[in-house]
Each structure stands twice: as structure tokens, then as C-alpha cells.
Design a protein around this ligand. Structure first.
Ligand code: SF4
Length: 696
């Protein structure tokens, strides 16, 4: 009832990559409630986070004034957000910005040392674009990255290599035209809940769902096949399925001839992986592997969806290579109901990556090493050249801090003191920095290490575009003013750039978007005004009237010769294998009610009330062996550290595994996780660590 609110504003949910459109109902300067509206990805649907998780924007812990560290105050996780005065003092914007810019400029100018930047997939496209421009133009190098490195970097590496583009080839809604779908290494019921509703509908109208995961994830109840394979055994399982397709002649030779290269090498390679040989490695009976191969290859239209269970391994790129090869050999790309879809995690991780917030690419994945590309940007930026060398990635930047090569950082909306693997190593790096500027909405664990903290704006307090997992660029609008003296993130970055001596002039995010479109073909036919009118346009859009292409690559791939490539993958074991001291396997992930490092959802009343306590899940038989009742405490220890956490009984977790959500600072999962990297995507192996579990 419109009497319930003073105003309503259409925007986009700030949590996951599904990108549900919402209507924010505002009364007396506060969001009273939220409704789903008819966005292209959600058609009015919302999950519990989208519906009830918005009140963090009104939380008393919001930063409302710039803060600067008191002289000599120790750095570390010792600041109570309600009692920060002992460590920080309030400052005017002018003083804080002078200190922030002055410290970074000093490191740049006097010491020859490097300053690095972590941007955010929680910010808008315009904010991400400005952030990478600031680091490149202001400091002359490419040491800028964001959480894609911890998320889908290996998927993107494989997609860029073999398909020529890192984005999805079909929107997830295309599943309505599929008759078979694989969902592997992800748990959409908890992590992409609105997308999961489309997957469930697909099974209700007879679609065959093949779920593959070491954990018995929520979609198993709807699956034709549930393959609960051994953790880390993705390549052996997928190669066995592809072996069957080759052996039984089920591949699509016509498609392979028309659109791919390197097929003969792939075919030869797959000879080594008969299901009968692979079943012991992956834990799935050979006959099941063969049946799955026949079902997938027999599909009229099939999609493959994947998540962090595929990407967060030292063989994450190989895992994705297998999925790409599987789709290509069956001709399952570029048609209605067919495609490759890595489900993006953060609401704007697709957009932030598109906008160039990555160390090897400028916007639209244009390589930094290409002289023509760099000069196209410096022409628009009206500035001199910057380094042609790829920059350092998230984990490499923190290693460089330890090595003394990086002494200053600008961190916008990221929380590496919680989100990095082997987090004590990350926290030690943050403590070592000579100058750290953090821009955020809360005094996060990372902000505890800052010299200057700049109060920023939440999703409901600013204009800006965001791009979801479907390549849909959507308009976010402000429903509220930022609290106190907090400012919009784009405006803070512009102010900082000007104080660093850069000649920047933007009046609004619309100005930034217009500049982005000059060098981003993906934004062809997508303008700010159009997004204001239509709310969402999918890229690529072929004309000002085209709502955008839900399916791409029907007539070839954006690679030199128009052909996608088969890249064979071999079996590489996980880095940190169980032994007598650490006999079980730890895997980490999200749960429905909480978002990433918890800074937002743990400050949301409803979500925190449903899931208030750090927890892990163990098989009931494992709990019995440990002598622990469900709800009792266990101690988890890996080679990197130890935490105590409440244990739940969950039959979906294999008896030799433990599942640990990563949203809880009091039992931070990343104290335990392994920083070993995939060599291509440079993504850490969050999904597999040898662990000892004891009664606490
Ligand atoms: Fe928000 Fe994702 Fe839930 Fe949609 S599915 S309401 S985008 S958290």
C-alpha cells in the first residue's frame, strides 16, 4: 500500500551476482521494506537477503566522518566499532583527504616505492573504472585488483584462452530452453537462490539436472544424477565423462569441424581417462559416469553452470577447461538453451572486471601490454603512458608488502583481513604498510589497519550501474542520502585523484559512464539515459532498440580465427593433501543468510537472528567418533592455524570432510585456508585444505 511509504526507488540488490531488481520503499528517511520488481534476471523474485538484508545501511556502526589514526596507536584487530576513539580521531574531509593523498604521493615521489590498490566488486562500474584509472594514471603501473582473483579468475583465464571472452555465453534464464543442465561446484539454493528457482522449474517440466559436488548441495533433491565426487577430483571425473563421449562416438563432429580447433589433441589426450580407471580417483562408479556422458551428449540443448567449487583450486583453470571442452564437443554453445555459465558471486564482479579492475587488462579485457590499447586510453585520459607490464594480483600484492616492495595501499570496499587465504599472513602485511587508506561503510577488520578511513556510501545511497552474471548492465539509484558526512565513492576517488595532481573533472557517474563507453565496445548502444529509462540492457546490444543478446557465439568465437579451442587438462592433485596429522579435508563456502566477510549481513537484524553463530558442518558419524553432540564445539587445525567453532550434523557432508562458512570473524575460515595458487588464474585453493578436527 503506497500509504506505507513516502517514496519508492527502483534499484538492484547489493548481494549476489543474480542481480535482482528491487523497489526500495522509504519512510521517514529509512528503507521500510523491499519488493522484487520485474528485472530480466528475477521477474519479481527475491531471496531472504534481498528481501530482509537491507537494514545494514541504517546500522549504528556506519562510518559517518573521516577518521585518522592517532599518533602511535597500534594496528590490528583491536578496535571495537562502538569504541573506536582510542585508536582513531575524527577529522574534516579536507584534513583526511590531504593526509590520504599526501601519504600515497610521498611513497610515489620520494621513495620510488610502489602503491597498490584493491577495488571492489561491491562498487559500481563507474567507481571501479575510476579506481583502476587512478592507480594506472596516478602511479604509472597496473598493481590493481579486486575479489575476482579470489572468485572466478581461473574460470575467466580458461574462457579467455579457449572461447575468447570471460563472460557467460548464455544467461541463466536460458535454462528454460534446455533439456539437460549440469550444475557443478556450486550451491545455487544458498548462493544464487533466485537463479536456483529457475533451475527447479526446469526439472519440474522434465529437464534432466546433473548435480556434481563433493557436498550434497541443496539441488540434489531435484537432480536426475547427484555425483558426490571426491574433493579435488574434478578433472578425473570430467575427463572420464568426455572419454565416454569420444569412445561411444557421441560428439558433434559437424560443430567441432565448423567452430573449434585442437580436437585431435583433445581426443588423443582423453584416451588416458576411461571411467573404469577414474572411478577410484573421483569416487563415482564408472557406469554412472558413462550414463551422465550419454545424457549430456544426447541433449538437444544443454547448459553448464559452475561456481567456486570449480574455480578455487590450484587446478581451477584446468577444471574450467574441461567444462568448456565438454560443451564444445557436444556443440552446446551459442543456441537457445545451450551455453557456459560461471555463476558470478558478487553483485558487480562482472562489471568491475569489465571496467578494468584487474592487473593484466584495461577495460573490456584489453591487454595492458598492447601499445595501441594503452595509447587509446591515454588519449582519452589526456595523460602520459603507464607501464606495459602486467601488475600484481591480490595475493601477490600482499606478498610484495612482506618483501618491502609495496609500502602503501588504497583499499576500497574490500576486506583482505578476512577474505584472503592464510589470513594471518594478510593481516601481517596490512600491519607492515607505511600508509594505508581504506574507504568503506563500516570499520571493517581491514580498516583496523588503516592510517586514514574515508566514510563511503552504501548501495541505496548512490547512483551507478552494476553488471550481473547474465551480462545485464543495470541502473542502481539512490533512495537515501549517505549518513552524516559520508560521500559517494566515485566522488571520493575523484577528490583523491585531484589531490594527487591528476586533472580529473566529472560532475556525476553519468560523466564517468560516458567516458567508459569511448573505449569499451561492450557498452555499444548502452547509454546512461537508456539505462535510466529501461533499467537494464544486456551486452552486447546490437542497436539502441536491442535489449541485448542473451546468447552469444552462435556463429563463431572472438578468437583470432573465430574458432574455440580444446585445451586438454591433466590430473593435478590438490596442494595440501591429508596426512596422519591432518587427516580430513576442509572446504569453505557461504550460507544463505550471510554474505562474504559478514560486514553487511551480520549487521542485518533478520539475517543475524537466523544465523547468529559461527558454525561448521560434519557428518553425524564423524561427530559420534569425536564424541561431540550436534551444537558442541570442535577445534579445526590446519598447517596455518586453528579455530574453535560450533559443529552441526549434516549428512550432505562426506565423513572425511568439514564444511566451514567464512562470514564469521570470531572463527575466521581463512585463518585455515591454503594460499597455494592456480598458475594461470592466480586464485588460491580455498576449497581444499588438510585439516585435523578435535573436540574443543
Ligand atoms: Fe539479492 Fe542474489 Fe538474493 Fe537476488 S538472489 S535477492 S540478487 S542475494
Amino acid at each position: 500500500d503506497s500509504a506505507d511509504y513516502d517514496s519508492e526507488v527502483e534499484s538492484v540488490c547489493p548481494f549476489c551476482g543474480v542481480g535482482c531488481q528491487v523497489s526500495l520503499k522509504v519512510k521517514n528517511g529509512k528503507i521500510k521494506y523491499v519488493e522484487g520488481i520485474n528485472g530480466p534476471a528475477n521477474e519479481g523474485r527475491l531471496c531472504v537477503k534481498g528481501r530482509f538484508g537491507f537494514d545494514y545501511v541504517h546500522h549504528e556502526h556506519r562510518l559517518t566522518k573521516p577518521l585518522v589514526r592517532r599518533e602511535g596507536a597500534p594496528k590490528g584487530l583491536n578496535v571495537d566499532p562502538g569504541n573506536w576513539q582510542e585508536v582513531f580521531r575524527e577529522a574534516t574531509w579536507d584534513e583526511a583527504m590531504d593526509l590520504a593523498a599526501g601519504g600515497l604521493a610521498r611513497l610515489r615521489d620520494d621513495r620510488g616505492t610502489t602503491v597498490a590498490g584493491f577495488g571492489s566488486a561491491k562498487c559500481t562500474n563507474e567507481e571501479a573504472y575510476l579506481f583502476q584509472k587512478l592507480i594506472r594514471q596516478g602511479f604509472g603501473h597496473n598493481n590493481v585488483d579486486h575479489c575476482t582473483r579470489l572468485c572466478h579468475a581461473s574460470s575467466v583465464a580458461a574462457l579467455m584462452e579457449n572461447v575468447g571472452s570471460g563472460a557467460v555465453t548464455a544467461t541463466f534464464n536460458q535454462i528454460e530452453h534446455s533439456d539437460v543442465a549440469i550444475v557443478i561446484g556450486c550451491n545455487p539454493v544458498e548462493n544464487h537462490p533466485v537463479a536456483a528457482t529457475y533451475f527447479k522449474q526446469f526439472t519440474k517440466r522434465g529437464g534432466k539436472l546433473i548435480v556434481m559436488d563433493p557436498r550434497g548441495v541443496g539441488l540434489r533433491r531435484f537432480a536426475t544424477h547427484m555425483l558426490q565426487f571426491k574433493p579435488g577430483a574434478d578433472v578425473s571425473m570430467l575427463n572420464a565423462i568426455m572419454h565416454t563421449i569420444v569412445e561411444e562416438g557421441l560428439y558433434d563432429q559437424q560443430y567441432i569441424d565448423a567452430f573449434t580447433e585442437n580436437w585431435e589433441a583433445e581426443k588423443e589426450h582423453l584416451k588416458q581417462f576411461p571411467p573404469e580407471k577414474m572411478e577410484a580417483l573421483c569416487g563415482i562408479p564408472a557406469e554412472t559416469l558413462r550414463q551422465v556422458a550419454r545424457d549430456f551428449a544426447g541433449a538437444k540443448a544443454a547448459m553448464i553452470f559452475w561456481g567456486m567449487g570449480i574455480s578455487q583450486h590450484i587446478h581451477g583453470t584446468d577444471n574450467s577447461r574441461c567444462l568448456i571442452s565438454l560443451a564444445l564437443m557436444c556443440g552446446q554453445v551459442g543456441r537457445p538453451g545451450a551455453g557456459l555459465h560461471p555463476l558470478r558471486g558478487q553483485n558487480n564482479v562482472q562489471g568491475a572486471s569489465d571496467a578494468g579492475l584487474i592487473p593484466m587488462f584495461l577495460p573490456d579485457y584489453q591487454p595492458v601490454g598492447d601499445d595501441g590499447v594503452r595509447s587509446a586510453f591515454t588519449e582519452v585520459w589526456k595523460s602520459g603512458d603507464f607501464s606495459a607490464e602486467k601488475g600484481l594480483t591480490v595475493t601477490e600484492i600482499l606478498d610484495a608488502v612482506h618483501a618491502g616492495d609495496i609500502k602503501g595501499m588504497y583499499i576500497l570496499g574490500e576486506n583482505p583481513a578476512m577474505s584472503d587465504p592464510d589470513v594471518e599472513h594478510a593481516r601481517d602485511a596490512l600491519a607492515k604498510l607505511e600508509h594505508l587508506v581504506v574507504q568503506d561503510i563500516f570499520l571493517t577488520e581491514t580498516a583496523n589497519y588503516a592510517d586514514v578511513i574515508l566514510p563511503a556510501s552504501g548501495f541505496a545511497e548512490k547512483s551507478g550501474t552494476v553488471t550481473n552474471t547474465n551480462r545485464q548492465v543495470q541502473m542502481g539509484r539512490p533512495a537515501l542520502a549517505p549518513p552524516g558526512e559520508a560521500r559517494e565513492d566515485w566522488a571520493i576517488t575523484v577528490d583523491l585523484a585531484q589531490r594527487l595532481g591528476l586533472d580529473w573533472h566529472y560532475d556525476s557517474p553519468a560523466d564517468v559512464f560516458a567516458e567508459m563507453a569511448l573505449n569499451m565496445k561492450s557498452l555499444s548502444n548502452i547509454t546512461w539515459d537508456r539505462l535510466e529509462r529501461e533499467n537494464a540492457v544486456t551486452y552486447p546490444s546490437l542497436s539502441p532498440q536491442d535489449p541485448g543478446q542473451a546468447i552469444v557465439f552462435g556463429d563463431g568465437f572472438p578468437r583470432a580465427d573465430g574458432r574455440a579451442r580444446f585445451t586438454p587438462a591433466s590430473v593435478i592433485p590438490p596442494d595440501d593433501l591429508p596426512d596422519a596429522d591432518y587427516p580430513m579435508v576442509l572446504t569453505t563456502g557461504r550460507q544463505l543468510e550471510h554474505w562474504h566477510t559478514g560486514s553487511m549481513t551480520r549487521r542485518s537484524k533478520v539475517l543475524d537472528a537466523v544465523e547468529p553463530e559461527a558454525n561448521c558442518s560434519l557428518h553425524p558419524s564423524t561427530l559420534r567418533q569425536l564424541g561431540v553432540e550436534p551444537g558442541g564445539m570442535v577445534r579445526l587445525t590446519t598447517k596455518r592455524g586453528s579455530i574453535d567453532v560450533m559443529a552441526r550434523a549434516d549428512r550432505a557432508v562426506a565423513p572425511d570432510m568439514v564444511f566451514l562458512p567464512f562470514a564469521y570473524v570470531e572463527a575466521a575460515a581463512n585463518i585455515l585456508t591454503n594460499p597455494a595458487l592456480d598458475p594461470y588464474g592466480k586464485i588460491p585453493e580455498f576449497k581444499y585444505s588438510a585439516v585435523r578436527v578435535e573436540k574443543a
